[in-house]
Design a protein around this ligand. Structure first.
Ligand SMILES: [Zn+2]
Length: 246
């Protein structure tokens, strides 16, 4: 089999056999893959200090004739994002992002857009740049890329277009906003002011350039947090194994 090369982020590792490592990684070109790094737990020049969770690496691997596993030939560290490992709260956030990536993109479903998003978000939180904004941006964007974008254009119950005036409420079962005439705001049905709906629309736009400085005040961030929490809980909740980072 021809060797393949791709930038990748290490999602998980697990001891395998006597000296090997089973590595789950999200690659830029081929998506989520699992591979065996032969002899990686002995000192091996091919994998030196590169197979740590969250690390950004250049991987070389070969597909096997059968089965889902690939063989890892070599791995070169690009960035280990050391800031994440030195702070327990950042570690929880990074674990959450990695798990969300795995849920949205099972084995062999490539998305270079998702890869760029995860790489950007891990780098941002490792450098402690706007952690809260980064988490909001990551969640909104990941859900959209994974096919679970929130409809902010009209009320899904009466069909009235949302023109950016007055509060809208988020309706988790339909993944859409609804108007105040159709539904009342509550703990389970969080509301949004017009600025919040606008920022959410920007975060889901295909032209978004990755940035962790969100326009909007503290109220906007709080509302986005509540809406995304309700949305993710409704769509993916049961599939999360790890505790939520919040
Ligand atoms: Zn309505």
């Amino acid at each position: 089999m021809e060797p393949k090369k791709s930038e990748a982020i290490i999602l998980r590792t697990k001891d395998f056999g006597e000296s090997d490592l089973l590595v789950t990684f999200f690659s830029s070109l081929y998506g989520n893959l699992k591979g065996v790094a032969k002899g990686a737990r002995r000192s091996s020049k091919r994998f030196v200090n590169s197979l740590n969770i969250f690390s950004l690496v250049n991987l070389e691997f070969r597909e096997r004739r059968s089965g889902d596993l690939v063989w890892l030939d070599s791995c070169e560290l690009i960035d280990g994002f050391p800031g994440i490992r030195s702070d327990y709260n950042l570690l929880l956030r990074a674990s959450y992002m990695v798990e969300m990536t795995e849920i949205l993109f099972p084995l062999n479903v490539p998305s270079s857009e998702m890869f760029q998003l995860l790489k950007f978000a891990l780098s941002s939180i490792s450098n402690r740049r706007n952690t809260e904004e980064t988490m909001i941006m990551f969640q909104a964007r990941a859900m959209k890329i994974g096919g679970f974008g929130i409809n902010v254009s009209k009320c899904c119950l009466c069909g009235r277009p949302y023109k950016g005036e007055g509060r809208a409420v988020f309706h988790p079962p339909s993944g859409s906003i609804v108007c105040m005439a159709c539904e009342k705001e509550s703990v389970l049905i969080p509301g949004m002011k017009p600025d919040t709906v606008q920022v959410l629309a920007q975060l889901q736009s295909p032209d978004l350039s990755l940035s962790n400085t969100l326009p909007g005040d503290k109220d906007v961030l709080g509302e986005l947090n509540r809406v995304l929490m309700a949305h993710i809980e409704h769509r993916l909740g049961k599939r999360f194994k790890s505790a939520r980072y919040l």
